[in-house]
Structure formats: structure tokens, C-alpha cells
Design a protein around this ligand. Sequence first.
Ligand SMILES: [Zn+2]
Length: 190
Amino acid sequence: MSKMIKRIVSGCLVICMLAALSSATTVFARMVAYGSEKAGYLVSTKQIRKKTNTYDDSSLNKAYKSYMTYGAKVWKDCGIMTMKRDKSSVNKVLAYNLKDTSVTAHAITTPNYATGHIESFKIEFNTRRLDKLPASFNKIVAAHEIGHTLGLLDLYEKRNKVQLMYGGVGPLADKPTAKDIKGAKYATRK
Ligand SMILES: [Zn+2]
């Protein structure tokens, strides 16, 4: 199963996302403000810089909502971010059906143009792919995508296969590791 798992980098412009969708192996230039592959975390120039947030996943079915519940919980449990459901949230979590089943999900973040900090996000789950995968994996996908909404970027070097934010092919941590947390602490600092 894991051989099939690919993700695309979050936080890119829409045009980059479309380019990435056309090639699951695309790794495009990432604006890194902090960290490195060697450090085990990469923090984008766009960061959330706050400790609580909301999301609206009211259009998702029960299973996908449960994946989001899990993802929110693991980031809360490590003290990084408290995320609450709110139907009026600007942050949207949606299901979509993409023919390219090498894409499992993606997260798009929008900065505040004055501060550069992440102001809103959108997570989309590719149901055509994820419906065929076990809940135990899909929960991890949700946790990974939430990591992007904080400002964390995908890692691709083999040494980082153990991190939640690993974005290539391979096994994944089921919750943020010490290194994911280190990057996330930076991204969510006040
Ligand atoms: Zn990713």
C-alpha cells in the first residue's frame, strides 16, 4: 500500500498545485524560513503563528470527519494547536474526486499579505484514492495535512521517512514526532 502513497506539497500557489497534480513526483521550489531536511523539519515562509484555530468540515461524511478529529487531536496532544469545528470558519476541509489517484490530499494556505502569516487554509481529500485505503492510514493523512496548515512543508529525504511530514513514498509516523513538533513550535510561535 505504502508504495502507492504520494502527496503534493502544500502552501504553493494554485498554479504550482496544478503543475504538481499533473506529475505526482514533482517537487517544486519551496520557500523555507526555518529548518532543513537534515534537521528533520521544514517551515515555510508562511506560518500560522497562533495556538488555536477552527475548521469547517461540515460537507464531509462521517468517516472523513473522524479523520479530521484524529488529526486535530494529535496536534493538540503535543501542545501545538487546538483546532475546533466551526461551520462559519474560513478554513475549509473538503472532499474531492480526482482522477489522479497518486494524489491523496493536499493543503493550500493563504497568507495575510501584510504579515505573511497564514490567514486561512483549505484541505482537500481525494476520495477516489482514500476511499480505498484503511481508516488507520487516512487519519494520518489528515494529521499530515493539518501540519501543512501550520506552515510545515513536506520532507523528501529517506532519513525523514519516520516524520509525520514526510511527503514521499514510505511509512509515516502516526502522530507528530519530536522533529515535527520542533518545526511546528517555530511555525506557531507568537
Ligand atoms: Zn504533504
